[in-house]
Design a protein around this ligand. Structure first.
Ligand SMILES: Nc1ncnc2c1ncn2[C@@H]1O[C@H](COP(=O)(O)OP(=O)(O)O)[C@@H](O)[C@H]1O
Ligand SMILES: [Mg+2]
Length: 411
């Protein structure tokens, strides 16, 4: 997969940008706050329909144009995969003057839903803050799994969005039932349980699959990256045991705390297998849910554990160990996406060189040829060898403008 051309209008600090990209390695140098991250953000936005860091789309619209009578921002890309060219275009348009923006997505000139972007452009982004993948909240790890799976499987994306809707409806029902005890509690919950299981089981089964795949690849990559002997283990940490029925209504699931400390491995399961166990666990946990006024188990409570030997890296890992584990798992994602889609995702590395020591930097650069295109930002050219600088396509970004650097490698 190749990004051939990127166009931006009023996107962050880019008022107007038209930029071609070759295959292979592109290095983009720039000082702080010049627009390096904004550029990679635009690429991920085009690939997934979502910014990896903005909490609202309005943040993406250039400040200077926001007060204009009709402010808008646009990002567009020409991408190429297997001899097929696609044009992706996302325009943010003002939403009835309430300060918000709505997305208009077009693929090859035809209006589409954001969900239809799945697979048109595949990217894997790695940033210094991705160390939070290991050290941060479960929410960040779920998001990581979701972004990866959504890029690979439209069905996953649909199930996830359906699950979230049903979950909030079931929670609303639980809250209202806590207030007024009605007689048909069981029947009403049963309806929502089934709906929840319908979409939630696919989410659980596919996350389990992805984590097991990531675990295999990441363990190998981690050995290279760490130069160490300790094996990295990635483990799915579900809120209920998807492979087993609850033992009794009193103990709806085994102490997940214990399972989470050690990180047990789950065999791959079919959606049907997960459905049966999810439904039974929901049933067994019903009185707990009613008491809490919310749904206490399901994929919205999932987590992903990183272990080195027996130690949970979230709790015991050093910053360096956490970063290496996060990097190994991102690179594993590249390998899996390539295998599943038959396309190499575009590898985006945002300013990660300064965070790595010389050995890990060299190892990271070694895996770049694994993809067809890598776009790497840096504050400093000196992180790269003269040979690599010579080979790479070099760009410089300054205050939202991008220049091509010709001739001899810069000092
Ligand atoms: N909506 C926006 N409109 C205009 N400028 C923005 C907007 N959002 C962020 N910026 C600015 O863009 C600049 C570059 O940001 P960024 O790409 O994160 O820098 P870096 O090169 O350090 O990665 C920053 O000065 C930031 O304040
Ligand atoms: Mg940055």
């Amino acid at each position: 997969m190749l990004l051939k051309h990127l166009s931006l209008t009023n996107f962050r600090n880019y008022i107007r940008l038209e930029l071609d990209f070759p295959s292979g390695l592109t290095l983009i140098q720039g000082g702080n706050a010049q627009g390096k991250s904004n550029l990679l953000e635009a690429m991920v936005f085009l690939a997934t329909g979502k910014s990896p860091r903005a909490s609202s789309d309005a943040e993406l619209v250039n400040w200077l144009v926001r007060d204009e009578p009709y402010p808008y921002a646009r990002a567009a890309a020409e991408v190429m995969r297997a001899h097929k060219e696609d044009q992706i275009d996302i325009t943010l348009l003002p939403n009835k003057g309430n300060g918000r923006f709505r997305k208009q997505v077009r693929i090859n000139g035809v209006n589409k839903r954001a969900m239809d972007l799945v697979g048109v452009m595949l990217t894997v982004l790695f940033r210094p803050e991705d160390v939070h993948l290991v050290s941060g909240s479960p929410n960040q790890r779920r998001r990581y799994l979701d972004v990866a799976l959504c890029q690979m499987e439209p069905a996953y994306c649909r199930a996830l969005s359906h699950y979230q809707k049903v979950l909030s409806q079931r929670n609303a029902l639980l809250r209202s039932l806590a207030e007024r005890r009605t007689s048909d509690v069981g029947e009403q919950l049963r309806y929502w349980d089934e709906k929840l299981v319908e979409s939630g089981s696919l989410v659980v089964a596919r996350r389990l699959w992805l984590i097991n795949e990531l675990a295999k690849e990441a363990a190998l990559l981690h050995l290279d990256l760490s130069g160490g002997v300790e094996r990295l283990r990635l483990r799915y940490l579900p809120s209920f045991d998807p492979g087993q029925q609850p033992r009794s209504a009193r103990t709806p699931y085994p102490s997940t705390q214990v399972l989470r400390e050690r990180g047990v491995e789950y065999e791959e399961l079919s959606v049907e297998q997960v459905s049966a166990s999810f439904l039974a666990h929901l049933f067994a946990g019903r009185s707990r849910d009613l008491a809490a006024g919310m749904t206490l188990l399901g994929p919205h409570r999932d987590d992903l554990g990183f272990y080195l030997g027996d130690r949970n890296l979230r709790i015991y890992g050093s910053r360096g160990q956490q970063r290496t584990a996060a990097l190994a798992s991102k690179l594993a994602e590249v390998a899996i996406m390539t295998r599943v889609s038959g396309e190499h995702p575009i590898l985006l590395l945002d300013d990660v060189m300064s965070e790595l020591d010389a050995t890990r930097r060299a190892m990271l650069l070694d895996v770049i040829p694994m993809v067809k295109q890598a776009i790497v930002t840096t504050t400093d050219w000196s992180y790269f060898s003269p040979g690599l600088l010579q080979e790479a396509h070099r760009l410089q970004v300054k205050d939202g403008q991008v220049l091509f650097i010709e001739g001899a490698p810069p000092d």
